[in-house]
Design a protein around this ligand. Structure first.
Ligand code: ADP
Ligand code: ASP
Ligand code: MG
Length: 440
């Protein structure tokens, strides 16, 4: 059994959905197809939720109507026969009625999650109607019945496996299954999600749960590139990455993969392939245990980083000091990305701004605390790069004019990270493209 996940742009136009249907019916291997919402839908739902939360019902209503119109046009392009169009319009109408009802009741965060789930629910149902019109036998698997997260918002593969197996047992004889990416249930049984871009995570979790032969992530680019193609003009696809390298790139901002999407595949040794829906014959990127080749593979950038710097002449050398600092971050459930220490100061970087003022207040008894916002982390990722001497020298000679604030070197054999003010990010990625990859 294999997993094929198609992202928003891969299902965002009727002709793309037609192409997805072709790609999933090219062979007879059993498969679970994971779909995202049509491109733009989740952003629209976020905006609708935001308008309702602000009590701007008029704006929310207008945005709901605009989105509904988009779906009506989509259906006309997707389906040919009137009976199937009527069926699809009926389905869509129910989802938009639900959004209209939310407008009239009092708003809360659980309802917001319900709003966000509509995109994947609609895309999978529309695709299912299209497969029906084409006469392709398949079954829809409701993700809300098997994809779940615990009280710490962590998905548990064992429980996903048990529930999924039970559902699949009732579908004996079927070979093609369609399900929603992104959405899940939380420990309270409410509708929830795996965070933005979470369909990749769904695909990897299902692949791990059923021990799939491969987890294919189909998107709008031919694999993981050596640099961010949204920022740098000339980038090239990487043929092979190890799970460790891919996980570092995903975590440090390569948007092609959700930050957490590698660990389930890695834990259960499921190969991951990144493929291009628009160019299905392109090689793409293979992610497996082995790195394939040595040297720097790619750079990626993560924005919105905040640095917290604690300066104290008294305490830094005392044992137990760092533990006390870490406990503050733990208390506010705020993960730390980078850390550097000297005899008089310690700097830590975080990407979650939610508890910054509480953290600052609780750190103040330890010394002078400074909060520096709008930073970026740039991760340089590759196989054994920390042991390769030339990497560090070409890295720093490429960055002469950049005010690098922190460096993390040696913690992982695959990653060197630097932290700098966000305004230097574009320039830095461009300079590294030339300095590390010889690309301009
Ligand atoms: P999908 O909707 O299919 O999930 P995403 O937009 O989430 O697609 O991810 C694909 C996009 O990721 C690409 O279009 C590209 O702009 C962006 N991206 C950022 N960094 C990289 C990278 N290193 N390699 C490839 N794509 C990247
Ligand atoms: N539709 C969701 C999002 O836009 C999940 C995904 O596309 O992976 O974030
Ligand atoms: Mg994505």
């Amino acid at each position: 059994m294999k997993i094929m996940k198609f992202g928003g742009t891969s299902v965002g136009k009727p002709e793309r959905m037609h192409q997805v249907a072709q790609l999933i019916t090219r062979d007879r291997e059993e498969k679970i197809v994971v779909l995202s919402a049509l491109s733009g839908t989740t952003n629209a739902l976020v905006a609708i939720g935001y308008a309702i939360a602000k009590n701007d019902k008029e704006s929310a209503k207008q945005q709901i109507e605009k989105l509904e119109l988009h779906y009506k046009e989509f259906i006309n392009g997707l389906l040919k026969e009137e009976t199937y169009r009527a069926k699809a319009n009926g389905i869509i109408a129910e989802h938009f009625e639900f959004l209209q009802i939310i407008l009239k009741i009092s708003f809360n965060e659980a309802l917001n999650k319900d709003i966000l789930a509509q995109g994947e629910l609609m895309s999978t149902k529309l695709f299912s109607v299209y497969l029906e019109e084409k006469g392709v036998e398949h079954a829809l698997l409701p993700a809300l019945e098997f994809m779940s997260i615990d009280q710490n918002e962590e998905p548990q593969i064992a429980s996903i496996r048990v529930k999924l197996r039970q559902i699949l047992q009732h579908q004996a004889g079927k070979k093609l299954f369609i399900t929603q990416g992104y959405i899940c249930r939380n420990a309270r049984g409410e509708v929830d999600n795996l965070k933005r871009g979470g369909s990749d995570y769904t695909a990897s979790l299902i692949a791990a749960a059923i021990q799939a032969s491969v987890c294919e992530i189909w998107t709008d680019i031919d694999g993981m590139h050596n640099n961010d193609p949204r920022v740098v003009k000339k980038t090239v696809a990487i043929e092979q990455l190890s799970f460790d390298e891919a996980a570092e790139l995903a975590y440090f901002g390569a948007k092609i993969l959700h930050p957490a999407s590698i660990w389930p595949a890695q834990q259960f040794k499921i190969p991951v392939r990144l493929l291009n829906t628009m160019e299905p014959e392109a090689k793409g990127t293979l992610i497996v245990e082995e790195a394939g080749s040595k040297g720097v593979k790619a750079v990626a950038a993560k924005d919105g980083i905040i640095v917290i710097r604690i300066k104290s002449s008294r305490m830094l050398l005392a044992y137990g000091f760092l533990r006390k600092i870490f406990e503050v971050f733990e208390k506010y459930k705020t993960p730390i990305d980078m850390i550097t220490t000297s005899e008089v100061a310690v700097s830590l970087s975080i990407d979650n701004p939610a508890a910054v003022s509480d953290i600052k207040r609780e750190l103040e008894p330890f010394g002078e605390v400074e909060v520096i916002r709008d930073q970026s982390i740039i991760a340089i990722v590759g196989n054994q790069i920390v042991q390769t001497r030339e990497v560090l020298s070409s890295l720093f000679s490429s960055l002469e004019s950049i005010p690098v604030r922190m460096v993390s070197y040696g913690a992982s054999a695959h990653n060197i990270s630097i932290l700098l003010p966000n305004e230097y990010k574009t320039q830095t990625l461009q300079m590294l493209n030339k300095g590390l990859f010889g690309l301009e």
